[in-house]
Design a binder for this molecule. Structure first.
Ligand code: IMP
Ligand code: MG
Length: 178
């Protein structure tokens, strides 16, 4: 299998581009069937989800919108510790069906935090879509109705995901070799 070197690590193809495309298209079709008659707002979580979001959205056939958000962390007071903020949500989601588009759910803590932040805006419901889930690392209870691939706890790059800022442009998904 093809390998790439990024900085100090080497990575081998674990999910080829064609397999990703097929699975993402199938997920888009499933979301479209489930959300027929609705006009969902997709919320793509930057940076990692930009490639997945581009492919997923083109497989969605119901009228829809997309917005790009980011979880920004800043240092709070010593008592509050690290605080995270949702930026980029410029439209009202009140009463709307929201579909989060995330690259990867690892511990699930980021997603849990995002769900809590979104609740403040009173959406009708929030559904999670994720390219990848590492079920072995999940530390919180999450309902993930739309997942493309469940993977082992290894570090991966490509198709939007990075290793220290690099590798997002790779067409396949690669797993670190030890
Ligand atoms: P969580 O809060 O532990 O679920 O972390 C999710 C975030 O960690 C993702 O949005 C990614 O930015 C990053 N992440 C987790 N696993 C990987 C990986 O294997 N490759 C690249 N980024 C990862
Ligand atoms: Mg992410």
């Amino acid at each position: 299998m093809e390998t790439v070197k990024i900085k100090d690590r080497s990575f081998a193809v674990s999910i080829p581009e064609e397999t990703i495309k097929e699975r993402v298209a199938a997920l888009g079709a499933q979301i479209s069937a489930d959300l027929a008659g609705e006009q969902p707002l997709f919320l793509a979580v930057l940076n990692g989800s930009f490639v997945f979001a581009a492919d997923l959205l083109r497989s969605v056939s119901v009228p829809c919108e997309i917005s790009f958000v980011r979880m920004a962390s800043y240092q709070g007071t010593s008592s509050t510790g690290k605080v995270r903020q949702l930026i980029g949500l410029n439209e009202s989601i009140e009463g709307r069906t929201v579909v989060i588009v995330e690259d990867i759910i690892d511990s699930g803590l980021t997603m849990k935090e995002l769900l809590l932040l979104l609740e403040n805006y009173h959406p009708k419901r929030v559904l999670i879509s994720a390219l990848l889930v590492k079920p072995g690392n999940l530390k919180v209870d999450l309902d993930i109705p739309y997942c493309c691939f469940e993977i082992p706890n290894d570090f991966i790059v490509g198709y939007g995901l990075d290793y220290d800022g690099e590798g997002r442009n790779l067409r396949h998904i690669y797993t670190v070799e030890d």
